[in-house]
Design a binder for this molecule. Structure first.
Ligand SMILES: C[S@@+](CC[C@H](N)C(=O)[O-])C[C@H]1O[C@@H](n2cnc3c(N)ncnc32)[C@H](O)[C@@H]1O
Length: 279
């Protein structure tokens, strides 16, 4: 089957303004892809008819591409890599059924994290370390949850409950589906813009794999909803921007505990004052 791909790079505002219309014009076909460290998003629609794809182009700009044979493999189903091991407590894979309570199944959905990206992998490892031996009953927030991978991992690591936020409703739908597939309860996923979100709850641990500017802008929110001895894991920070994020953490009373680097990416673990309460 020949398929045409319409796509357009655009800022978050453009995507926000046009998303509903695009959804209505191509129900279930729209993907808005946001890659860590990149300001612009990529809006994509797979069309069965050439004229449909060109209609999107003439109305919204962007480009149209006739996809090569095997396009589904290339665009939708990246070959499942080896399961990702996170310490001894978690194994993440794209397999269909979990084999053990330590497994987390995150199908590769194209647009959101499967754990293979360095920023997600670093967050997962920091999360595993921070939650080792943590007292029971802790609550977590995952800001910019994508597939829900960090939120669901937090539940596997013993969180009593977890809230995952994303401003992209498709991400929230993916996250909810992943919670169902993994039979994980106690994970609530909400479509919210983090910067406009007002939390009535407090959390013992926050993960946020976003990008530096957004992380800095969200620090007052994190500060407000993190418990006194809480732990903040930030990722998606470009190496060149790490100092700026670390300075801002200091201004909000956070103490940097761990800084990890992988390639051009940095992830940080900070606490409010003292270290997390251990059992
Ligand atoms: C880099 S992905 C991280 C996904 C996942 N947490 C992970 O670690 O793989 C960032 C996510 O944040 C979401 N996001 C970006 N800006 C946001 C905002 N202002 N409020 C809420 N979510 C946002 C994006 O839609 C995307 O799903």
């Amino acid at each position: 089957m020949t398929i045409f791909l319409w796509q357009r790079r655009a800022g978050a505002e453009w995507c926000h303004a046009h998303e509903q219309l695009l959804q209505e014009m191509a129900p279930g076909q729209l993907a808005i892809i946001h890659r860590p460290g990149q300001r612009r998003h990529l809006a994509q629609i797979f069309c069965r008819r050439k004229r449909e794809a060109f209609a999107f182009q003439s109305r919204f700009g962007g480009t149209v591409e006739k996809l090569p044979p095997g396009w589904a493999k290339q665009f939708l189903l990246p070959p499942p890599g080896k399961p990702l091991r996170v310490g001894a407590r978690l194994r993440i894979s794209a397999a269909v059924q979990p084999d053990s309570p330590n497994d987390l199944i995150i199908p590769a959905a194209g647009a959101f994290g499967t754990g293979e990206h360095a920023t997600t992998a670093m967050s997962l490892r920091l999360l595993e370390e921070a939650t080792r031996g943590l007292s029971l009953g802790w609550k977590a927030l995952d800001a910019g949850t994508g597939t829900g991978i960090l939120a669901l991992a937090a539940r596997r690591f013993g969180a009593d409950s977890v809230v995952g936020l994303d401003d992209d409703p498709r991400a929230v739908a993916h996250a909810r589906a992943n919670a169902r597939q993994n039979k994980i309860r106690g994970a609530t996923f909400l479509t919210r813009d983090l910067l406009r979100w007002k939390s009535r709850q407090r959390f013992d641990l926050i993960t946020a794999n976003l990008f530096s500017e957004l992380l800095i802008s969200a620090l007052p929110i994190f500060c407000h909803c993190l418990t006194k001895n809480g732990c903040l894991i930030l990722s998606g920070i470009l190496r060149t921007q790490a100092d700026e994020v670390i300075d801002s953490l200091g201004k909000f009373g956070f103490h940097l505990e761990i800084k990890r680097r992988r390639g051009k990416w940095v992830a940080l673990l900070a606490t409010r004052k003292s270290k997390l309460k251990r059992r």
